[in-house]
Design a protein around this ligand. Structure first.
Ligand SMILES: NC(=O)C1=CN([C@@H]2O[C@H](COP(=O)(O)OP(=O)(O)OC[C@H]3O[C@@H](n4cnc5c(N)ncnc54)[C@H](O)[C@@H]3O)[C@@H](O)[C@H]2O)[C@@H](O)CC1
Ligand SMILES: [K+]
Length: 485
């Protein structure tokens, strides 16, 4: 699991540790780890050209000390001081003593084999200041290594409120920062490298599943399993107008680990023609038989008005998607007030905006703003509806009402295709029927769905059914990384 902590948590852990260590110890640990990563990125350190962009805080200090270590190994190091009168004095002295020099020549950026972005770290707010902005637009020959955070990215939220410097590698100290995992910030961070500096941290509010974590959560059949013990998922989706949504949700549900899929709705004939293994009824959910979790809403059309309250009245986990979310936005959070089983909402930002308006009143907020602040808005929605929220997008965010967040980076923009969300709903519902809680089900579903999207697309457009059909391969990929399972 990749775990990320907020700036406030990092500062507090740093303060505790610094009180017990000689002054400067943490910065030296950070600089040593940073220099080691830089050395690995260079074909050879001796003679290579390194440029440091040093801001006014300790982030600049880290960069200057690391550069001094590279200079001592023969690198030709120059430093651009973005606020010369406020540069980290001891770091700069170390660099100069090691043979480095100060430059104001921006052309060195283009000639450098490696650039260290020490403009601003966890103390940064807002985008790059004007003096640093030109570097974001200059051509580059070498790699850019961000120190702790790519400068201009909000470390807590991943927002990029102005111009930011795109990194090839980000070396972060002590823990990952949420902004490195959540888009748009994540797309500026490149490859992440963690350097331990000995911080003792509280439980992480934000985490990213790795393959092995997803593998440990996958519901696998045991010797005693039968289809009912593996869980039965119910799908209440599709309509005369949109029968395809039913087919796609069932396609996802069949690959989610539940032992059986029941379908209830007017697309029963289409579903059973495509998937003879599905147990179908053309009636409502009450006629479907017992299930351990429901998926409601994809392609349901106007029928959702009767359907949603009926499904929500069932005392089992319910996933609400698409037309179900539009209806829930109309009803507001009270519609979920009587539920004791978990509810998982799976909006994209447009649906999220309507749900927020349904809870908070007023006009729906602009979807662009919601996409840029994904962690905060997903948490806000989860708290308002007291439900788990899976917010779809370039990084999918799953948020619990208590603020716990999982972020999924496995997706691909090829997944932005009609019907892909229906497959995800079926998959996540199936995982809930198989016994996963809504946070785990949402995170594992997003992880598998993203991998399947990559496999299905492989550089070319993929249809939603292709994504569903690539899910078994995604399971195998994940399981092969989960030692011994
Ligand atoms: N505190 C510690 O114990 C440690 C801190 N470390 C480093 O210290 C960093 C935090 O240092 P600071 O608290 O000094 O903060 P930063 O160095 O991140 O930034 C603070 C300075 O940048 C300026 N600034 C803020 N926003 C800016 C923007 N958008 N553009 C340009 N300048 C901006 C501020 O005026 C302030 O002078 C971490 O990210 C990490 O790199 C590491 O050395 C590990 C130990
Ligand atoms: K930085």
């Amino acid at each position: 699991m990749r775990r990320a902590h907020t700036v406030e948590q990092v500062r507090s852990a740093e303060a505790d540790l610094m009180a017990r260590l000689p002054e400067g110890t943490l910065m030296q640990r950070a600089a040593a780890g940073l220099a080691a990563t830089c050395a690995r990125l260079l074909p050879r350190v001796y003679g290579s050209r390194v440029l440091v962009l040093a801001g006014s805080g300790d982030n600049g200090g880290d960069a200057l000390y690391a550069a001094a270590r590279l200079a001592r190994r023969g690198a030709r190091v120059s430093a651009v001081l973005l606020s010369p009168e406020k540069a980290h004095a001891a770091g700069l002295a170390a660099l100069l003593a090691a043979g480095g020099r100060v430059t104001a020549d921006q052309g060195e950026f283009e000639r450098a084999d490696l650039v260290l972005d020490g403009i601003v770290g966890i103390g940064g707010r807002g985008g790059l200041r004007p003096e640093a902005q030109p570097f974001a637009a200059l051509p580059r020959r070498g790699r850019v290594v961000a120190v702790d955070v790519p400068s201009g990215v909000d470390p807590d939220t991943g927002e990029v409120p102005g111009v930011a410097l795109r990194a090839d590698v980000t070396v972060c100290f002590g823990t990952y920062k949420p902004g490195l995992l959540i888009d748009p910030g994540a797309s500026y961070a490149g490859v992440l490298q963690l350097v331990g500096i000995g911080l003792e941290l509280p439980p992480a509010p934000v985490a990213v599943l790795q393959h092995a974590d997803a593998a440990a959560l996958l519901p696998l059949p045991g010797a005693e399993s039968d289809k009912y013990r593996r869980g039965v998922v119910g799908v209440a989706a599709g309509s005369a107008r949109y029968p395809g949504a039913a087919v796609l949700a069932v396609a996802g549900a069949l690959r989610g680990g539940a032992g059986a899929v029941r379908y209830a709705g007017t697309a029963a004939a289409e579903v059973v023609r495509r998937f003879p293994e599905a147990l179908v009824t053309a009636g409502g959910p009450a006629e479907a038989g017992r299930v351990q979790a429901w998926v409601v809403g994809p392609g349901s059309g106007e029928g959702v008005r009767e359907l949603l309250p009926e499904v929500l009245a069932a005392d089992v986990p319910v996933l609400v998607d698409a037309d179900g979310l539009a209806e829930l936005a109309r009803l507001g959070p009270d519609a979920l007030a009587g539920r004791s089983a978990p509810t998982l909402l799976t909006p994209h930002t447009g649906e999220e905006a309507r749900l927020l308006a349904g809870a908070e009143g007023g006009a729906p907020p602009a979807a662009d703003g919601l996409a840029a602040a994904r962690r905060a808005t997903a948490r806000r929605l989860a708290a308002a509806y007291r439900a788990t929220v899976l917010l779809k997008g370039s990084t999918t965010v799953v948020a619990e009402p208590d603020g716990t967040v999982r972020v999924n980076p496995t997706g691909t923009s090829w997944l932005a295709t009609a019907g892909s969300g229906d497959v995800l709903s079926g998959l996540a519902g199936s995982l809930m029927a198989a016994g996963l809680g809504p946070l785990d089900a949402g995170a594992v579903a997003a992880h598998l769905h993203g991998l399947a999207g990559r496999t299905a697309a492989a550089g070319a457009p993929a249809a939603a059914l292709d994504v569903a059909e690539a899910l078994p391969e995604a399971w195998r990929t994940v399981r092969s990384a989960g030692a011994g399972r």
